[in-house]
Design a protein around this ligand. Sequence first.
Ligand code: BG6
Length: 488
Amino acid sequence: MVSRVIPVDPFDLVIFGGTGDLARRKILPGLFRRFVAGQMPATARIIGAARTKLDSAGYRKMAAEAIEEFGGIGSASADTLKAFLDQVEYVAIDAKGKAGWADLQKLMQGTGKVEAYYFSVAPSLFGDLAERLQQWGMADKDARIVVEKPFGRDLVTAQALNATLATYFDEKQIYRIDHYLGKETVQNLMAVRFGNMLFEPLWNAQYVDHIQITVAETVGVGGRGEYYDRSGAMRDMVQNHLMQLLCLIAMEPPARFDPDAVRDEKLKVIRALDPVLPHHINRGQYDAEPGNEESHPNYRVAVGDPRSKTESFIALKTQISNWRWSGTPFYLRTGKRMSARSSEITVVFKETPHSIFAEDAGRHRNVLSIRLQPNEGITLGVTIKEPGPGGMRLIDVPLDMTFAEALGEDAEQVDAYERLIMDVIRGNQTLFMRGDEVEAAWAWTDPIIQGWETRGEVPKFYDSGTDGTTDSHELMRRDGREWRKVSP
Ligand code: BG6
């Protein structure tokens, strides 16, 4: 199956923070892959902008190295890379001062192309950049700005950021990235739910026993200790990525697949979320990996704070107080240094209301699991008769569809950032968070965090390479349920 590539309109994309980690790891390699795929028009320009004193030649060299290192290159030839780099330029700029702005203005003047400004910088600079863009006449009504998470660290700071950006740009010009929304399978959630008749009639409290969302990572906090220790799993993952997954799995069908219709429905889910009770939250911190204490130290060593109370793992139970989901628990968990890298949503259906089989045939539940990464696909557990003589005994077998197998090797692998940047150029906000959505997510998150701070709770330790704290398993057991095993 060969995927279709629809070229986008000519554009100029300015990457503030163009020499930073995200630009090197994701943005530049992703743009190169779009170039190779034939999606980037010949007149498009990528303009790196950062404080580092570099000229365009120096930046191109850095971009080439980043593309090589972070997997953009594939089987592309040196000529192809050179052709891409010919479209790359650089401006040394001071976000808070005057230096470089006249140069950037000159580059961006009267081009007639789509203008996009990627704020790949600390949120504390968002306001400065927005203000400078306006001062230098680059905040015209068709310009777009792209902002990264963290979008605030609580409701108040998110509101302040939204207000600052709103001073210079209209909501329609602001693209708040949650890269989970750019993942192929995350979008597939909507295709599976709203493109099939099969699931939707059963997608409610009457038929669904509970839903689990797990985003497990094997990595530790790595070199991001300082940022991470101020955030923790709740702010870093739950408030945004897991919240988005929860919205997509729980929302009502939007009338159309368009930005406001989809985001209106997601917002309703967030606003209907119940507060989380203290005994429905479980936080953990990873311990060192036995035998590998040097390379895989415990969390507190990794962040350089022997008394840190920040969680690297969290499991919680919540509910959505609306007609569709009333009484159905949603269990969320995410953590670092877990046993495998695996993101999965599991919908566990209720038992049949009555069994016609003998008691020893067992009672079974259908389980639909949607694997987001790796090994993307869907598995539906179906109950059948155990083969052979000896009466009617029931067993569960998986109806397994791994997308890579079903779609063939030609299915194009598009990284989340590639897709999202192309959506910015197309002017499609469906996969970006609206300001009110982000604020609603913080409004739910804040009291949870304040709660454990007020109670002075400290996360429990869990062994690296496990599925999190023992208490998180207890959270399920108390309800007569269990987490699905985290498996790659
Ligand atoms: C980021 C978080 O937003 O998402 C990281 O800040 C996390 O801590 C990452 O590791 C996970 O993304 P992915 O695409 O690897 O699942």
